[in-house]
Design a protein around this ligand. Structure first.
Ligand code: ACO
Length: 208
């Protein structure tokens, strides 16, 4: 599609140049408008092609179901072993299964993300992971979008996360905040963490 627009753009450019020279240097306004139109179409096509990258992924984002628990546990705990994430037990995952979205491709769980309501208007993004071989393809962004959208629908006004990858969340509209600015309720989870109180996780918050 983009190529068609570019070819049309070039043809019009040469046509209008030849017209302009035959009219002793006067440009035809119709051609100028067509230029602008085609230029805008090219930019639009480039932008929508880029944003379509996510839509071209073969898998689907869906709510997690009971049978996803084992692959979710394996995925999360593979990162937990590297101390990038907190481990989750099978029991915790069953209890919180309704908080999760997964990305499934060819029948396999490739990524997961949970949104857990913690306070009146506040929810936490947690247990967020994509298989190492599938990162950088937009799956994480899609999972986060789905979780945030669900949060909005149930009235969540702010989402926070505690993470070692603040750059990813900053790209997704989150901003760094002081951990101390989060409600005390949040610390209940932290107290269970083996790293507590010497944890270097960074708190980020996004208004939905
Ligand atoms: C709340 C928590 O659970 S925190 C724990 C977060 N999870 C982890 O750290 C586990 C290891 N990492 C992962 O599983 C994944 O890299 C995730 C979940 C962080 C991101 O998933 P991905 O599918 O890779 O994200 P996606 O492809 O949508 O990336 C979106 C953008 O963020 C960037 N990005 C992805 N991961 C990172 C990162 N670790 N640091 C900085 N930028 C990143 C990508 O380059 C991409 O940039 P672009 O839009 O310019 O191309």
């Amino acid at each position: 599609m983009i190529i068609v627009f570019i070819i049309l753009f070039v043809i019009l450019y040469y046509l209008s140049l030849s017209r302009a020279s035959s009219r002793q240097g006067y440009y035809n306004f119709d051609s100028i408008f067509l230029f602008i139109f085609l230029f805008i179409r090219i930019i639009h096509a480039i932008i929508s092609e880029e944003s379509n990258i996510h839509k071209q992924l073969p898998g689907i984002i869906r709510k997690a179901v009971i049978e996803d628990v084992t692959p979710m546990k394996d995925l999360i705990n593979s990162y937990a072993k590297k101390e990038i994430m907190l481990p989750r037990s099978v029991g915790e995952l069953y209890e919180n299964i309704r908080n999760f979205y997964v990305y499934e491709e060819n029948g396999e769980v490739v990524g997961c993300c949970a949104l857990q309501v913690v306070w009146e208007d506040l929810a936490e993004i947690l247990s967020f992971a994509v298989k190492p071989e599938c990162t950088g393809m937009g799956i994480g962004s899609m999972l986060l979008d789905a979780s945030i959208e669900e949060g909005k629908n149930i009235g969540v006004k702010r989402a926070f996360t505690l993470t070692y990858v603040p750059e990813f969340f900053e790209r997704q509209g989150f901003s760094k905040v002081e951990k101390a600015s989060l409600p005390h309720k949040v610390w209940v989870g932290c107290i269970k963490c083996p790293k507590f109180p010497d944890c270097n996780e960074i708190a980020l918050l996004r208004y939905l």
